[in-house]
Ligand binder design. Sequence first.
Ligand code: SF4
Ligand code: MSK
Length: 648
Amino acid sequence: MAEEKKLFADKASQEIYEKACRDSINTVFTKAAELKPCPIGSAGDCCKNCGMGPCRVPEPKTPGAVRKLGLCGATAETISARNFLRMIAAGAAAHSDHGRAVAETFLAAAKGAVPGYAIKDEQKLLAVAMDLGITVEGKETNAIAIEVGQKALALFGQQEGEIAYVKKAPQKRQEIWRREGVTPRGVDREIVEIMHRTHMGVDQDYRSLMKQGIRAALSDGWGGSMLATDLQDIMFGTPVPVYSEVNLGVLRKDEVNIIVHGHEPLLSEMIVIASRDPQMLELARSHGANGINIAGICCTANEVLMRHGIPIAGNFLQQELAITTGAVEAMVVDVQCVMQSLQSVASCYHTRLITTNPKAHITGAVRMVFNDHDALNSAKAIVTAAIENFPNRKSEVLIPKAKSPMIAGFSHETINYMLGGSFRSSYRPLNDNIINGRIRGIAGVVGCNNARTALDNNTLELVKELIRHDVLVLTTGCTAIGCGKEGLLTPEAAREFAGPGLAEVCETVGIPPVLHMGSCVDNSRILIAATAVVKDGGLGNDISDLPAAGAAPEWMSEKAISIGQYFVASGVYTVFGVTWPTSGSKELTKHLFEELETIYGGRWDFAADPKEMAKKMIAHIDKKRKELGIDKARERVLFDMADRRELA
Ligand code: SF4
Ligand code: MSK
């Protein structure tokens, strides 16, 4: 059993973890207690990019001793930068390959080749078409959609020139990227170039390497990821506020429980539809169940939550615990953040672990590859397999009581509408309230869970500290799920946790102090929201002028590094917790933590303690307020046109 220390912020996880210990399940928590991270690798000081290595070059313990180089002469800076870039490449690839799969289905849907998928949000289709430079006048919806699908697919592999979406960024930001020569081409090309430059004996200057890291990350954030979000919104609907519940307590004892886990909504959307089919419900009844309950884990959960209000069973570190309840008939997984250990946990209960993606196999799991050309039948086959497994529950079923209500669905479009109303959709009220000081600033708090720190603990301490100081929090991914479990995603949370200014605004508009904006691929929504705030005027000309900051207090995925890098390169001060992957190289870390700010207006930072992280973010927000001349909280004034022009 793991050493005695607090492992979870929530009671449900603790309760099921104790069951896992009773059932002798070897979870990520027990493994984390036994297997410590390699101190050299975690500091970025180990290179295995050729067969002469691995070369380990840690800081010498003896003061004054000369630091070792790799056999080829690579310095600690080069080694650390290469490792960092390869994390960006993997993260950007994961997001963008997800985006490509969506684009392929989107194009097939536009051609009418994949029954079950259609264009749901025509308004967004038109907006995306225009962003991609497509003329829409006089064209049928499907013809526009086909052009959008083709252009989107071409964008991933664009060999030369700037990708179209960079034009969505503020003008000043685009100029900075052009000045620095980092405006990206297609994400495929930028990722290949990372792998080439980091091969033995190619790019051996950390500043030059880091520029390529920025190109690839920007091609993810303002390219592959942003496209994934946009195309998903067009096909499945742009999210609007939706009520749901979160935590292991959403599982039901008397129903067939199917957990969808991973990232891509293509299959899970269909599973939701299949689970409501009268024939499927009848089949469930014939197997002794009172219904079919779909619940999510990780970002597949966020996708079906945002558009259908499907409840969430948990975030990343709760995936094994969900099976340990003994109540899960099938865990249906696609790609990313799916632990291989699920199969051994599932084998201790009756749960069928079903892998569905052509790219993602798990030894021993049931294989039911999803066919998007026959999507509903693929989904029905999976739901049937789950139903047939219901009578096989063998062990004690323990479903914790704990679950919390939440409101999700805050896409950029929804925030715009809620703040400005349907006739005058705008961020103006938000900008006004930032200017008058009721809202101190905005923070994007995103990312994963990490077994090296107590589940959700850093996230919740940070988020509570921020909203207590009147900072509005935008959140995605597993961080959003953690906030949901704590009850921070309800309008009532404003009264209990937020400072007086933020609480007043939340009450007036009817929003929670923490806005759930979607899955980890949807961080692009935060970029668009930040750009909208800039464009609305009064808060500078660029994202880097805003009283705003970003954080990933419990990151673990390589995707988080790509996200962090595109936020930094977009002008955002971004703080990571738990561990910092270049800590072994002082010079490179200084480049990332200090020098980048002088070039891009944004920079990286690290704080293991969430209180310190909050302090750093608030200090940055206050610095920006001062630079904008809005550091003295003002009484609310009604702005007439002259005032607005002056502010702009
Ligand atoms: Fe060692 Fe250089 Fe090979 Fe890396 S590339 S393993 S530092 S010899
Ligand atoms: S699932 S990338 S643990 S947010 Fe997107 Fe959660 Fe991080 Fe995976």
